[in-house]
Design a protein around this ligand. Structure first.
Ligand code: SER
Length: 350
């Protein structure tokens, strides 16, 4: 009888090590899988409701088309893998969630609960804490009233936690759930394990990528404006020119996520961190786009409702804790974001 390959014995007897990325087919997922694969990771497992593209598939050990709200998928993942880290990116963004708040809640909160539970079950089954990286958002802030934004200055993590969108409520609550799983999970149980989930979150500002256009977000006007100019299409911006929120390039967001993941636990004084790189007004952004694409046709046609969401987000946030604790240091300021990343990247694209 021919020898049975070792892998046959392994099947079922041992689970494969895995780093799980949910929402892997989205904007952040694209950059994250590429960076982690380039850094040598060969245990990436991607999940996305719509699946991932072929390029992404080639970076992963396995890919699943599936819904993180569904329990059978969680059971399958629990049975198949020994999960050491989870990057939980799957979410409905702020604009989309305002059109379907309950659906947003189901994905953004229900899906996150499922992933936290999977992380806790995994940690208890293999005995090591599971790192859980969570992209939170400036949407957790609510600076309402005409003077609140102006007077607040760069907002620190614990201030103005009064979101006015379902998405912001979802993200803020999930930050708290993450803190609970990290510090107090099953706090009265006799067999409780300390820090089953090593929860770490970044409140991302608007993200701008040269490769992809976001969908369903309220900060999307920045990326839409630049991509439209590169394509030679007119763009009607849905906010006023004086609208100002913080932004960051996608490569800086990915590096920040990976730096936070790699940081020593002892260096982290919090579970949730602000991070930002620049905060131009929409008008300043349009001027810069015009410098690089002289034929750009950008007009401003504010949508009152989406404008009100942006008017509740802070014009800037304070990322001192991220800089001090884990060395957050974005490479792109506004000018270099355009000159070194966005313009060359987007021109190559179209
Ligand atoms: N960029 C996100 C959005 O606009 C906010 O985190 O929904």
């Amino acid at each position: 009888m021919p020898p049975v390959p070792a892998s046959t014995f392994d099947r079922g007897a041992r689970r494969n090590a895995a780093v799980l990325v949910t929402g892997a087919g989205g904007e952040v997922g694209h950059g994250l899988l590429k960076s982690m694969h380039a850094a040598g990771r060969r245990d990436l497992v991607a999940i996305d409701l719509r699946g991932v593209d072929d390029a992404q598939r080639s970076l992963c050990r396995e890919c699943f088309v599936g819904d993180i709200c569904e329990t059978p998928l969680m059971h399958r993942l629990q049975a198949m893998f020994e999960i050491t880290e989870i990057y939980h990116l799957a979410a409905l963004l702020s604009t989309r969630t305002e059109f379907a708040p309950e659906a947003g809640h189901e994905v953004n909160v229900g899906g996150t609960m499922n992933m936290l539970r999977l992380a806790a079950d995994q940690a208890r089954s293999h005995g090591k804490p599971v790192k859980f990286l969570f992209p939170s958002s400036i949407a957790v802030y609510g600076c309402t009233g005409p003077n609140a934004r102006r007077e607040a200055g760069p907002i620190a993590e614990d201030d103005f936690n009064r979101p006015t969108t379902m998405y912001g409520c979802n993200k803020l609550y999930c930050e708290h759930l993450g803190g609970y799983y990290a510090l107090h999970y099953r706090r009265l149980a006799q067999d409780r394990m300390d820090r089953v989930v090593d929860f770490r979150a970044i409140r991302f500002p608007g993200l701008i990528s040269a490769d992809t256009i976001p969908s369903g977000g309220t900060s999307d006007y920045a990326a839409e404006m630049i991509h439209a100019a590169a394509e030679g299409k007119p763009y009607a911006c849905f906010v006023r020119p004086d609208t100002r929120i913080p932004f960051m390039t996608m490569p800086d967001a990915i590096s920040a996520f990976l730096a936070l993941a790699a940081a020593d636990r002892e260096c982290l004084s919090r579970t949730v961190y602000n991070a930002r790189a620049f905060n131009p007004s929409a008008g300043e952004l349009a001027d810069l786009v015009g410098e690089h694409f002289p034929d750009a046709q950008i007009t401003f046609e504010p949508d009152e409702q989406r404008q009100a969401i942006l008017d509740s987000w802070p014009p800037d946030c304070d990322d001192t804790a991220a800089r001090n604790d884990w060395g957050f240091n974005p490479q792109h300021d506004l000018r270099s974001a355009f000159e070194d990343y966005l313009v060359p990247g987007i021109k190559a694209h179209y």
